[in-house]
Design a protein around this ligand. Structure first.
Ligand code: NDP
Length: 488
């Protein structure tokens, strides 16, 4: 802290000392191979790509690029393992899944640091949210493994077979957990591909899976870019695709799997409405707005990226929001004081910058706090756009960055219409002290998840998923088991 004289106490500028998380305890290999049939295997093409730290754009490690032939090897290994795994008792399957959960907990600190290094998110978030939630997902579904007859009474639920799972870069370990845990609990075998820019925690998870002693071939983790994902999607011996990513790629997967035997779940983009009524607890709502859009740099499919404030409190909310934004710390992801870390990749930064230009060209009024951005790496200041309307592109399209559009409304009917006026339907938030208003809105809003007086709260017991162009199928909770079983 700066030293201040007593008389200056209210004028003082408060800053925090650096509080970096140590990297001494983590182990990262120089080069990672593909995890196929229980062992790390060199890619047939012998090609590797770099995974980059987005806070300084320096290489962290080389990662194998899986070709069609590697995908084929992984699918064959998963097929071979299916018979044994699917006929193991649920209790035995559960033991392995519990073991994976405990191993993640034991190495939680290492996972958190690697997640922040590879993806740019603040260590506070990877340490307190991503990694504990990933472990909780495994714990939760481990509990279901021997209770499927209770989950689906009198329906004789059977696993589907080999499932292909493709995940994005915004919650790398958590998305892997969302996909792998229910698939294992229901007796399926897996080929999973993490995103090209954030493969490291999935590969660490592969090490844990190997250590857990789970039969070889049950989980295969292969790395590569979009072509590797497409090779998984198009492989004829895959029974189900579970995809989380952009709506564009989701549409492609929907097309190429149509007419095949493959089952499909899609978790796609969003443009969530966050609605503040005049009877809301305003200070809490302002915290909620910040959490809804600036959590994980706004790289959140269910982010509250469209703010709707009731006109009578709009000036107050916007003033308080601007004041709060002045205090946000943008910078080094490994610093425990950081609120907003690095943008995940140069490409994503360009996308966000481009949307900011579009917003300005369309006449939006921009507000960014006076924060100092580091010189190297990919950074974006938290951004508000005022004076925008439903027809603005930045209101309609998913930006996937720390950019919030602000609109006002007068009546409930008006805000419902505005909130639903989007091709997406993933999330929404409602802030009011009236329970009846909350229930009224939750009936009328077309969104898979609606939070009341909070935002971005996740729990393994609670289903998550979208409507419209946000996809279909649910992950989490009892609902999350269903996409991995068939009934005989
Ligand atoms: P992409 O759709 O580009 O990528 C998602 C995954 O699919 C990555 O592993 C990617 O590989 C892979 N992929 C890319 N092209 C293909 C293809 N033709 N066939 C099969 N797989 C492919 O999205 P982003 O990674 O850019 O993620 C951001 C988007 O994801 C946002 O729109 C966001 O809303 C959405 N998202 C949705 C979530 C949800 O739960 N609904 C959660 C998180 C994100 P690679 O990265 O290596 O190119």
């Amino acid at each position: 802290m700066h030293k201040v004289k007593n008389k200056d106490i209210f004028k003082a500028s408060w800053t925090y000392d650096k509080a970096p998380e140590s990297t001494d305890h983590i182990q990262i290999k120089k080069q990672y191979d593909l995890f196929i049939d229980g062992k790390f295997t060199k890619p047939i093409s012998a090609k590797y790509f770099d995974t980059i730290n987005p806070s300084d754009n320096k290489k962290i490690a080389g990662v194998a690029e899986a070709s069609d032939k590697d995908v084929d090897k992984a699918v064959s290994a998963a097929r071979k393992a299916f018979k044994g795994w699917s006929t193991l008792t649920g209790k035995e399957r559960g033991k392995y899944i519990f073991r994976i959960a405990r191993l993640i907990q034991e190495r939680a600190r290492e996972f958190a640091v690697i997640e922040s290094l590879d993806g740019g998110k603040p260590i506070r978030e990877s340490r307190d949210i991503d990694i504990p939630l990933a472990a909780n997902h495994f714990f939760y579904y481990a509990g279901w493994a021997d209770k499927l007859t209770y989950a689906f009474p009198n329906r004789n639920a059977k696993p589907l077979g080999v499932v292909g799972q493709i995940i994005p870069w915004n919650f790398p370990l958590l998305m892997a957990a969302w996909k792998i845990a229910p698939a294992l609990a229901t007796g399926n075998t897996i080929v999973l591909k993490p995103a090209e820019t954030t493969p490291l925690t999935a590969l660490k998870l592969a090490e844990i899976i190997q250590e857990s002693g789970i039969p070889k071939g049950v989980v295969n983790i292969i790395t590569g870019a979009g072509e590797t994902g497409a090779a998984i999607v198009n492989h004829p011996d895959i029974d189900k695709i579970a995809f989380t990513g952009s709506t564009g790629v989701g549409k492609y997967i929907l097309k190429v799997t149509a007419g095949t035997h493959k089952k499909l779940t899609l978790e796609l983009g969003g443009k969530g409405a966050n609605i503040i009524f005049d009877d809301a607890a305003i200070d809490q709502a302002v915290e909620g707005i910040v959490n809804a859009i600036f959590f994980n740099q706004g790289h959140v499919c269910c982010a509250g990226s469209r703010l709707f404030v009731q006109e009578s409190v709009a000036d107050l909310v916007i003033r308080k929001l601007k004041d709060r934004m002045e205090t946000l710390i943008v910078g080094e992801p490994l610093d425990k004081n950081t609120d907003i870390g690095a943008i995940n990749s140069k490409k994503q930064l360009q996308t966000i910058d481009n949307y900011i230009k579009i917003g300005l060209n369309e006449g939006g009024e921009i507000y960014q706090p006076k924060c100092k951005l580091p010189k190297q790496g990919n950074w974006c200041a938290p951004t508000l756009f005022l004076n925008v309307s439903q027809s603005h592109r930045i209101v309609q399209e998913e930006i996937f960055g720390p950019v919030l559009t602000v609109q006002t409304f007068r009546t409930i009917e008006e805000v419902i219409e505005k909130a639903n006026n989007t091709p997406y339907g993933l999330s929404a938030g409602v802030w009011t002290e009236k329970g009846s208003k909350i229930f009224h809105l939750t009936q009328k809003l077309n969104a898979g998840v609606i939070w009341a007086n909070t935002f971005n709260k996740f729990d393994p017991t609670s289903p998550f998923g979208g409507y419209k162009e946000s996809g279909f199928g649910r992950e989490g909770g009892l609902h999350g088991l269903k996409p991995y079983v068939k009934f005989e």
